[in-house]
Ligand binder design. Structure first.
Ligand SMILES: [Zn+2]
Length: 76
């Protein structure tokens, strides 16, 4: 019983983390071609949610994530 608790706690934390990430994209513009990003095209990375302008850009990024620079959102 004691061993089960940390496992439950850990899965709860990761679910919360995914949820929080999902709502907050870190960028405004598509990192592939600089167009306006759309929330439906998104990738979850260790940096957070990254949004893209289209599925093609999303695929390009996923094939070579290190190649693109994510420009973080500017605070308004
Ligand atoms: Zn794009």
């Amino acid at each position: 019983m004691k061993a089960l608790l940390p496992v439950l706690l850990l899965s709860l934390v990761s679910i919360t983390a995914i949820w929080a990430k999902g709502g907050l994209p870190i960028n405004d513009l598509c990192p592939v071609d600089g167009k306006a990003g759309r929330v439906i095209y998104r990738v979850f990375s260790d940096k957070g949610t990254i949004i893209f302008c289209c599925a093609t850009c999303m695929d390009s990024y996923q094939q070579n994530p290190g190649h693109y620079t994510i420009k973080p959102k500017t605070e308004k």
